[in-house]
Write a protein that binds this ligand. Structure first.
Ligand code: ZN
Length: 192
């Protein structure tokens, strides 16, 4: 169980009006968001293309909130330097996209960013076992990544609990992404 004091809200930039990103960033800040979640899609790891480092840089300039950058991209090592240039707040890569996950996370941590790993719904929780010391965030996907507006997968709640158990004693946040709403936020947070 986590207390409510530890819950942070990270609205996704995908829900924003891209013709007015600066204003949208300010509105999310004023509405009390804790972080801005930036979904980067490459058209390879996931079916859609969303935005690249130029837009991340623009979002960075529109808010003082930390950017929680979720890289849904294949072979993220190649593009990491560009995203690190745009923002070094929090950078999350997918376990499924990294051949050398430990090295990639170490690279992110070395530049002073909080390193995170995202797990697709089918990916077992224990892939984080041997990289826990590098992690500041474990992102449990509660939908398959790539589209907005998908239905939340309830079967992810036992996995959230498994991740929480694996992170016992580690200074690492658990993030959930996809289909979170007022109806399920209570059971999600109770899971861990
Ligand atoms: Zn995301």
């Amino acid at each position: 169980m986590v207390s409510e004091a530890h819950i942070q809200i990270a609205p996704s930039v995908l829900a924003a009006d891209f013709s007015n990103l600066g204003q949208q960033g300010r509105e999310a800040t004023e509405a009390g968001a804790d972080l801005i979640h930036v979904d980067v899609m490459d058209g390879r790891f996931v079916p859609n293309i969303s935005l690249g480092e130029v837009v991340v840089d623009a979002i960075r300039r529109s808010t003082h909130l930390p950017l929680n950058i979720h890289l849904m991209i294949a072979e993220p090592d190649q593009l990491l330097p560009s995203f690190i240039k745009a923002s070094t707040d929090q950078i999350i890569v997918h376990a499924e996209a990294c051949t050398h996950l430990h090295r990639t996370l170490a690279h992110i941590a070395d530049v002073g960013a909080i390193a995170g790993v995202a797990l697709n719904p089918h990916t077992p929780a224990d892939v984080i076992s041997h990289v826990r010391d590098l992690l500041g965030i474990v992102l449990v996907m509660t939908v398959s990544p790539g589209f907005g507006g998908q239905a939340y997968i309830h079967a992810m709640e036992p996995k959230i609990a498994e991740v929480a158990a694996l992170l016992d004693g580690y200074d690492c946040d658990i993030e959930v992404d996809g289909g979170i709403n007022a109806d399920n936020v209570k059971t999600v947070t109770e899971a861990g």
